[in-house]
Write a new protein. Structure first.
Length: 760
């Protein structure tokens, strides 16, 4: 095993730490200390100073830069050259070497040298009690890292790895050495030789993971950031390893006023929170819808409540999606009125809002009228979000809502002491426009100051609460979802690649080494990853699928198999990783990537991200939920992920694919068809199964065509054919099940009669 770089080691340990940016003042101070240290050690080496002298320079550097708090102590302990203590407890052992003593120093390819042998001896002397009848581990000693340095080259090893080495044979051998039970005594060099032979026998160079670096290689602004992190307590001492999530948290003020405008309120029960209609808010969306359903449609109260929730959430989903879309358009094109969508001057009544939904955003070809010309720069999206839902077709459209005045919420974000109420539509638009919905930082890394940011992750939390609290449900927090995805998906990909390639890699780092530099092999690994199928059988708001989407892309980049769209060229100019459960793209200076349609490289990156997400969503991600509102929100969240990386081509924005077909309403605990796990359709020589194979091929082709079309008529025609094939399959299998059941009963009856005759 070749040594890990600093970057690899930090990423393995904690990806948040890897992506954490240093404050400018900390980075500047560290850069000054680092340059001073390198100059001072260089002068000392040239002057032929002793190992002890160099050790003092190293200790002073660590102390002044990282461990100047009084709880830390850097000094010798027993025979150990140096150590770092926290409140008197040893955390790090340090072995110092003279840079001229090359043969005893670890290299990038060889760790089985005297420096390690000495360090193992010192580790045993600190952690083992040899005073009794047998060797014992001292329980209150918690060493976390060990280091070796000649002031220029540095080696860092996890103490757990050293513990694995010494546990067993070496600790027993050490006991015999200390208690003079070996054929030699007081000969440290001989004991080091025994350690060397043992390490050779266990092939230590192939097994021990260690970090190796030349400190002079990390003086640039970007690289010095990683150097700082590896010396800092989060990595070196394993303290406070997990950063608190400070971004993408629920904006409670936004959420509460959004509920108010929708006409809902939270109710806290004994074990959970729920959302219900607040009938005291006159003329709100839910208040008006409920009255229409009750008085005009004459539904019962329960049906009115259910349909009210469904309609109001559908409408608000569209409005929030439009605001994200608007934020993207302005980040791509600048803050021009042409790219504003929800504007009081453009939308003056609820009929115009309905026309925006279905005739502007839901139609490619638009009429040439003054109203539609207000939105001439707004692209067609091809999202089924802007098609009428069944509840709208049967019951209520948003143009039925009256623009009556609504009393403003106390301490409203648009609070004005002279106005106690506002017309409903004006209230909705002004409220949404009081927040910044730009999901990415705009041009020149600027954002609108003085306005809270509501990005896609914050909306995800709101979608979960709107949908979940209605039924008293509770959704998995993002920190858990991210962890589950990282562990399960990485493990799945490692197993899949090992199976396909007949490898025995233990982690992604080993797979990356195994892949090598061949573009053909990289393309093969990329294709293998694209065969992964992930189905969330209780998909809820789609949080797990979004995390899975981001994780798959991050893994491709980590393995070095993320190709640019329609090119045999890898995406190498930017780093990609998951930060706070969000896919982040960084340039060489750690700046967040921001799409610029006039920059050829940025255009290529944006196209790559969009089409990678599209490929994964269409081919790898599937979801089922018994709650129709949950599946609608799941589809919405996946569309939002695509929207983040929407791009212009020849002046036209790329349309969104029809991804809704992968997210189904259903009960995953039951099946309409009887099936045997592991049995392949058509494996039995049964005529109807041959027909089934043919139908499934037709079905798959139709699904493929459906995802790619942006023509509404073609799309609806394909859906009809899909439903026809599904109904036909259900009917065929139902008949087959009855046939098999009848045959089975006849056989049982014959057996029973035969047995009776035998008895008689």
């Amino acid at each position: 095993m070749s040594a890990l770089t600093i970057e690899e080691a930090i990423k393995r340990y904690n990806r948040r730490l890897y992506n954490q940016k240093l404050r400018d003042d900390i980075a500047a101070r560290f850069s000054g200390n680092l340059n001073y240290y390198i100059k001072k050690t260089s002068d000392a080496i040239n002057a032929g100073e002793s190992e002890e002298h160099l050790k003092n320079i190293t200790n002073a550097f660590l102390k002044s830069t990282f461990y100047n708090n009084e709880i830390y102590e850097i000094n010798t302990i027993q025979r150990v050259d140096s150590s770092i203590k926290v409140n008197g407890s040893i955390r790090v052992l340090i072995e110092n070497k003279n840079p001229k003593n090359i043969t005893e120093m670890v290299t990038a390819n060889n760790v089985n040298v005297k420096a390690l042998h000495e360090l193992i001896f010192y580790y045993l002397s600190v952690t083992r009690d040899t005073s009794g009848e047998k060797v014992k581990r001292i329980s209150d000693i918690e060493i976390r890292r060990v280091m070796i340095t000649d002031t220029i080259h540095w080696v860092i090893i996890d103490a757990n790895e050293i513990e694995k080495i010494v546990d067993g044979y070496l600790e027993k051998h050490y006991y015999k050495y200390i208690n003079k039970q070996l054929i030699y005594s007081n000969k440290a060099e001989k004991f080091y030789d025994d350690i060397k032979q043992y390490l050779n026998a266990i092939r230590i160079n192939d097994k021990l993971p260690y970090v190796f670096f030349n400190i002079s290689d990390y003086t640039s602004d970007k690289k010095s950031t990683y150097l700082y992190k590896i010396f800092y307590k989060n990595f070196l001492l394993k303290e406070n390893a997990r950063y608190e999530e400070s971004t993408h948290v629920l904006n409670e003020k936004f959420y509460q006023e959004l509920l108010y405008i929708m006409g809902f309120k939270e109710k806290t029960g004994k074990t959970s929170k729920t959302i219900e209609i607040d009938f005291t808010i006159k003329n709100s969306l839910s208040n008006q819808v409920f009255n229409i359903l009750k008085n005009d449609k004459e539904y019962d109260d329960l049906s009115c409540i259910e349909k009210t929730f469904e309609l109001v959430i559908i409408w608000m989903n569209r409005l929030l999606f439009i605001k994200l879309f608007e934020g993207q358009l302005m980040s791509f094109n600048g803050d021009s009125k042409d790219y504003r969508i929800l504007d009081i001057d453009k939308i003056t009544n609820f009929q115009e809002l309905q026309d925006l939904f279905f005739e502007v955003l839901g139609r490619r070809e638009r009429e040439d009228t003054p109203f539609f010309l207000r939105f001439k720069e707004i692209p067609y999206l091809n999202s089924s979000l802007f098609e009428r839902y069944e509840v709208e077709r049967q019951d209520v459209n948003i143009n039925s809502i009256k623009n009556y005045p609504v009393q403003k919420k106390k301490n409203s974000v648009i609070d004005n002491s002279n106005e106690k109420e506002k017309p409903l539509l004006e209230y909705i638009i002004e409220f949404l426009n009081s927040y910044n919905f730009s999901s990415e930082i705009g041009k020149n890394n600027t954002i609108v100051r003085g306005r809270d940011i509501i990005d896609s992750s914050v909306l995800g939390l709101i979608f979960e609460k709107l949908n979940g609290y209605r039924d008293g449900s509770f959704y998995t927090p993002s920190i858990i979802t991210e962890y589950m995805c990282m562990k399960s998906i990485e493990s799945t990909i490692i197993d899949l690649i090992n199976k396909k390639k007949m490898w025995r890699c233990k982690d992604l780092f080993e797979i990356k080494e195994k892949i090598g530099s061949s573009l053909t092999e990289k393309r093969e690994i990329d294709n293998i990853i694209n065969t992964v199928k992930i189905c969330d059988i209780s998909v809820g708001s789609g949080h797990f699928l979004v995390s899975a989407l981001n994780r798959l892309i991050a893994i491709k980049k980590q393995l070095g198999v993320l190709f640019k769209y329609k090119k045999d060229e890898l995406l190498s100019e930017f780093e990609i990783d998951i930060v706070d459960d969000v896919l982040q793209v960084f340039d060489g200076q750690g700046n967040v990537f921001s799409y610029d349609k006039n920059n050829a490289l940025f255009q290529s990156i944006q196209e790559t991200l969009f089409n990678e997400k599209r490929t994964i969503i269409e081919n790898c991600l599937f979801g089922v939920d018994i709650n129709p509102k949950a599946t609608a929100i799941c589809q919405l969240r996946l569309w939002i992920e695509l929207l983040k990386n929407a791009y212009y081509k020849n002046g036209i924005m790329e349309t969104l694919p029809n991804i809704d077909i992968n997210i189904k309403v259903g009960n995953s605990l039951i099946s309409q068809l009887s099936f045997d796990i592991g049995k392949k359709i058509g494996s039995n020589n049964i005529e109807f199964e041959k027909s089934t194979v043919k139908k499934i091929k037709e079905y798959k082709k139709l699904v493929h065509d459906y995802k790619g079309t942006s023509d509404k008529k073609i799309k609806n025609n394909i859906l009809k054919q899909i439903y026809y094939i599904k109904d036909d399959l259900h009917s065929s299998y139902s008949q087959a099940s009855l046939f098999f059941a009848s045959t089975f009963c006849i056989k049982l009856q014959n057996i029973f009669v035969g047995c009776c005759k035998t008895v008689l």
